[in-house]
Design a protein around this ligand. Structure first.
Ligand code: SF4
Length: 168
């Protein structure tokens, strides 16, 4: 399981990663950007404020691409019900940007199905999901989900940006 470690995650997210790695039959691979945050900000400033697309490219997309390079297929947890930009997401599709098959086993699942599966199987989840965050990304770019909005509405609030580039 690849964890894209941007250096900007909430402590709760890091704790969830570590708990999953310790308790599940998985091997977590940390995909890190070339520069740690201190060097990155000394070079670029707070890129998440000035150019979040470039920040995501350098801290998410490139590290993930490097981690996926040896593989012919990868799996993503995206779901159609998360946001309007994902309503056409196929369960199995061709990721032309990477030249790989992409499998999205949860694509057709709605929120109720997710919640009942989590409850039925005692799945470990990020505690921020029960603290008003419908979707959790990096702390500078994630706010609690506004009332009545779709689950990803708290991401990049104030920008037109809706995706980080990993799933496009
Ligand atoms: S979500 Fe924000 S902080 Fe994280 S990589 Fe993208 S722009 Fe940077």
């Amino acid at each position: 399981v690849v964890f894209v470690d941007t250096g900007y995650h909430f402590a709760e997210t890091i704790g969830t990663r570590d708990a999953a790695d310790a308790t599940l039959a998985i091997h977590v691979v940390n995909a890190s950007p070339a520069m740690p945050v201190s060097e990155f900000e000394a070079t670029h400033g707070k890129l998440y404020e000035t150019n979040p697309d470039l920040c995501c490219a350098l801290r998410k997309v490139i590290p993930l691409n490097e981690a996926l390079a040896p593989y012919e297929a990868w799996a993503s947890g995206i779901r159609r019900s998360e946001t309007r930009t994902r309503v056409m997401s196929p369960v199995v599709g061709w990721d032309s940007a990477r030249g790989k098959v992409r499998v999205s086993p949860l694509a057709r699942w709605n929120d109720q199905q997710i919640d009942s599966y989590i409850a039925r199987h005692s799945i470990l989840v990020n505690p921020l999901l029960s603290d008003g965050y419908g979707s959790v990304g990096c702390w500078p770019c994630t706010r609690r989900t506004p009332q009545g909005a779709d689950s990803r509405a708290g991401r990049w609030l104030g920008f037109t940006k809706t995706e980080c580039g990993i799933n496009e």
